[in-house]
Design a protein around this ligand. Structure first.
Ligand code: ATP
Ligand code: XMP
Ligand code: GLN
Ligand code: MG
Length: 520
């Protein structure tokens, strides 16, 4: 695992709130590096990160429950500034001699705070006597505050909505400053890290780049690294960073499984050849993938076949290269948090996501994951730093199993060809209309349904094409994109006129949930 050391770090102790990641976003947006550590390992995280300040998150738990989580004592013994949010406030009070009770006033949603006292945290943001919208989500509340604290702002239902112990630099709030519904929340968090904790805020992508390159060099030494490169943002940025660190020791492998979009493999190879002098293998495995997929119509079976073939192909290619000691992956911070989350108990599998994750054990390789501390938008900034062209940075995500999961039912080369053409026209229209960046992901789906049409006075009996476009922040939830009808008419007409094999186009108006973004 790549570990970079950051001089001015904020430690966020995660008690399992749904919005802990947003605290990290707000801190990073203010130019300060931070890491989220689950409360179970907070003490270890504290020793490892040597933070300059600590933020305690919210939680589904109640401090009144026996065995509910607490902040490790080292945090209070350290003399560092602490900011407690909701449960974080409650546990500060429970631990330092205040009192929490339940069942008074449950509050969910908008509330208004009245500033009652000046406070260093309000500097340049709130003034005495002013009133501000905040967002609440709690059942318990503080009813007595520890010694040294005083109330600096109140709301109708929360007399201790904002408390502070300016001497110890402890601040604690009942509301959630990290969410957008608390309009001044980001400024309060920024004040905490800059003005209270005195952190400069020079966390930048160019600094990150230098540190990450250094860490990769230390991890890899003079050994060989392979990287599965799809041309997507994550794997492209990971590859460029590792290339900068270890140059020729890196070999990238692009597998053309015959399920790519129109000209995709060609464009990815051309871009890397044109801009970078990196060793890229373009493996045409389309016969093998399509051969095994033909006749298969169950979505999970298709995904599993693709996952297995990916691993087999990588394994073979790596062996041809004489083996490799490291496998590079574009793992991002949300993936890391997801896998260690406090609330993330056993959940049902909706879809088996393909990846090359089975490879390291089979081949006895170690992982190099230089993006595991970053959010997707930060990866994009880093990509820009590394000179990745805009057309690659802004690309919509594209799933590893590719067009196979956009061709419900059995797939064939012929159907894939029809889909590829329709998809290319649809995206071309989106770009021409200037909508590409407003949409999170857009693609065509070829339905296994034929319908009757009339073209040029003749009867047609051809496939139906469904168009999909969604807006989303992280792909976890999504809304369908609200096109104007003229756009849809234009795209449909072009697809029907230009693609042989499609005589009808429909638009998918399903959100996620209840739908998923892909059709399989
Ligand atoms: N055709 C492919 N050839 C080689 N590796 C691939 C291919 N498709 C996917 N991968 C690997 O699987 C990983 C997961 O794919 P995923 O789509 O989540 O990320 P990405 O393609 O890098 O970025 P994005 O999410 O923006 O598409 C990739 O990072 C890449 O390592
Ligand atoms: O790399 C990937 N391998 C996969 O197997 C896979 N399945 C879905 N996706 C992408 O994930 C996001 C959410 O998709 P769903 O709503 O369809 O689950 C969307 O962006 C999907 O395109 C995948 N990406
Ligand atoms: N959002 C929170 O942190 C809630 C804390 C606690 N579970 C409560 O209901 O009061
Ligand atoms: Mg991708």
């Amino acid at each position: 695992m790549t570990q970079t050391a950051h001089p001015d770090t904020v430690l966020i102790v995660d008690f399992g709130s749904q919005v802990t990641q947003l605290i990290a976003r707000r801190v990073r947006e203010s130019g300060v590096y931070c890491e989220i550590v689950p409360f179970q390992s907070a003490e270890e995280g504290f020793q490892r990160l040597k933070p300059k300040a600590v933020i305690l998150s919210g939680s589904p738990a109640s401090t009144l429950d026996i065995g509910s989580p607490r902040a490790p004592q080292v945090i209070f013994d350290s003399g560092l500034p602490v900011f407690g949010i909701c449960y974080g406030q409650q546990t500060i009070c429970a631990q330092l001699g205040g009192k929490v009770e339940s069942g008074h006033h449950r509050e969910f949603g908008r509330a208004f705070l009245e500033v009652e006292k000046d406070c260093a945290l309000f500097d340049g943001v709130w003034s005495l006597g002013s009133r501000h919208q905040v967002w609440m989500s709690h059942g318990d509340r503080v009813t007595a505050i520890p010694e040294g604290f005083e109330v600096v702002a109140t709301s109708a239902n929360a007399p201790f909505a904002f408390i502070a112990d300016e001497k110890r630099k402890y601040y604690a709030v009942q509301f959630h400053p990290e969410v957008v519904h608390t309009p001044d929340g980001a400024k309060l968090i920024s004040n905490f890290v800059h003005k209270i904790a005195g952190i400069k805020g020079d966390w930048s992508m160019s600094a990150y780049r230098a540190k990450a390159v250094d860490a990769i060099r230390r991890q890899v030494g003079d050994k060989k690294v392979i990287c599965a490169l799809s041309g997507g943002v994550d794997s492209s940025v990971a590859a460029l960073l590792i290339h900068e660190a270890v140059g020729d020791q890196l070999t990238c492998i692009l597998v053309d499984h015959g399920l790519m979009r129109k000209d995709e493999a060609k464009n990815v190879v051309a871009m890397f050849e044109e801009h970078y002098n990196l060793h890229l293998l373009h493996v045409d495995a389309s016969d093998r993938f399509i051969g095994e997929l033909e006749g298969q119509s169950d979505p999970e079976t298709k995904r599993k076949i693709i996952g297995r073939l990916f691993i087999e192909v990588f394994e073979e290619e790596a062996k041809k290269l004489g083996g490799a000691d490291f496998l590079a992956q574009g793992t991002l911070y949300p993936d890391v948090i997801e896998s260690v989350s406090f609330t993330g108990g056993p959940s049902v599998t909706i879809k088996s996501h393909h990846n090359v994750g089975g490879l390291p054990e089979r081949m006895n390789m170690q992982l190099v994951e230089p993006l595991r501390e970053l959010f997707k938008d930060e990866v994009r900034v880093l990509g820009r730093e590394l000179g990745l062209p805009d057309s690659f940075i802004g690309r919509h995500p594209f799933p590893g199993p590719g067009l196979a999961i956009r061709c419900p039912g059995g797939i064939s080369r012929e159907k894939l060809e029809i889909l590829r053409e329709a998809d290319a026209i649809y995206l071309d229209e989106i770009r021409k209309a200037g909508l590409y960046d407003a949409i999170w992901q857009a693609f065509a789906v070829l339905l296994p349904v034929q319908t009757v049409g009339v073209m040029g006075d003749g009867r047609t009996y051809e496939f139906v094409c469904a168009l999909r476009a969604v807006t989303s922040v992280d792909g976890m939830t999504a809304d369908f994109y609200h096109y104007d009808m003229e756009f849809l008419g234009r795209a449909a007409t072009r697809i029907i006129n230009e693609v042989r094999g499609i005589n009808r186009v429909v638009y998918d108006v399903t959100s996620k949930p209840p739908g998923t973004i892909e059709w399989e």
